[in-house]
Design a protein around this ligand. Sequence first.
Ligand code: PLP
Length: 402
Amino acid sequence: MNFKKIEPSKRTNNIKYAIRDIVVYAKRVEKEQNKKMYWLNIGDPNIFDFNTPDDVLDLTINAMKNNKNGYAPSNGIDEAVESIRKQFASKGVKNIQDIFVTTGASEAIDISLTALLNPGDNFLVPAPTYPLYNAIINKLEANVNSYYLDEDNNWEPDIADIEKKINSKTKGILIINPNNPTGTNYSKDSLKKVIEVAKKHNLIIFCDEIYDKILLDEDMEHYSLASLDDEVPVVTFNGLSKSHLVPGFRIGWGILSGKKELLEDYNEAVQKLSRARLSANHPEQYCIKNALLGSNKHIELMKDKLKRRRDIVYDRISKIDGLSIVKPQAAFYAFINMDLGIDDNTFAEKLIEKTGVVVVPGTGFGQRENSNHFRIVFLAQEEILIKALDLIEEFIKNKSWL
Ligand code: PLP
């Protein structure tokens, strides 16, 4: 047989995921140099000192033992859907139209974009952004239409830039709040302005709120964008991965809200895709109700740890010449500006080679031209973070990339 090489589709050409792509390089260096590595690149709490709460585990294990191991209803089991509805309504959201439980928020994002975009359409995505959105938009042969987050204004969305970027092919706006990679918890004012723009230009808003329970300052409140207007069509994404320390369970959801008549056809398209892939993971759905409506004692403990780790990163990075940092208010990420005379990709690679510290270059998230950044994840234990920060400081002081 004379088999030819199997050709991948062209639509995969532009698909990148910097958060994991850098790991390939780091793993090579680890092996070649037999080096101790400091993994500050990935937002998985369970590889550090964060464990899944017992009640989340017990409810899931019981469901498995009770043979809840068949397919679930396509939109999720009733008790999960109802608890998501109740919890979202308690944030002030009135016009909830539909809820669909998915294999991680990632699948809700994929379904929602697939139901919306035709090839050639564009979707407004923040720069910097969580890169999954770009990967899916590229897969759909649509275009990422980047708008800037404003580093000089606490990384809030640059509303003027959003307005400037809208054209006849623009279908929607993505808001990630609290934000990955910047850690910003958006002001009510910014969210209201985004809603105004969306209404003026007939756009749907996708609002990713997967970090809404991880606010690091006492006086802080999270506003669900959908609670600020009863009409504007919104799909809100959330899930258990981060707040309940189960990224491997793959449990998330999408919530459609806004004026019913505006969403009817779109909702049907979402439902078709949801039915076609049968269902999300089934037994894991039995922990959703307690996770959303229960006492959630672990969250305060998690936030205490994260707050200390955030402060360590903020204090140290603020003092290093050539770096600057906007203090993250939520989640576990800092997006650090570097003015060192090298680009962010070279910086990240050389840092791995010389020190074993793994960060993700800003290019992987998108950034303004002529600016350079890197993202640090501050999930690691304090002693690991301090050592990694010592290494970064030395690396920069000695210009070790030269
Ligand atoms: N949205 C954002 C902003 C994220 O940072 C992540 C994971 O890091 C996800 C979605 C993916 O969530 P899930 O694990 O529920 O698929």
